[in-house]
Design a protein around this ligand. Sequence first.
Ligand code: SF4
Ligand code: SF4
Length: 128
Amino acid sequence: MWGMSSESSCRRCRVYCDWVVDPLGCLDCSRLYAYDAKDGGRYVGCVEGVHLAELELGVLESCVEEGRTFGSIRAARVPLPICAARVDSAYPQRLPEIGCVNPEFHEPPGGGTFTIGVRGSATPPDGA
Ligand code: SF4
Ligand code: SF4
């Protein structure tokens, strides 16, 4: 619903931002679980619940071997610093004139450098 936000989604304006995870980045992660299903496939998921998908390991490995991307999965919680994660903005053209009113949402998982930018020239006016 518009106006609602969660830990991993922001709806404070109509841009609609969500944290997403690249599951190919999970392949070397110690927080990845795996199980063999009755269909003969081996499936993997995230112990930490960063994303809730269970994906066939062979498909992910094929993507890596063939140099293909898999795509992103919407995060169910704020990703961890080890995750291959980014913020996906569904409608960037809807950014209001005032700009993003929740810039903290874009901070890297686990903290890190965060810079507030200023639009326009950095040169001070004459006499300043
Ligand atoms: S913690 Fe992050 S990198 Fe590790 S399995 Fe979960 S989503 Fe993937
Ligand atoms: S642009 Fe900022 S305020 Fe708008 S949805 Fe994204 S994070 Fe939230």
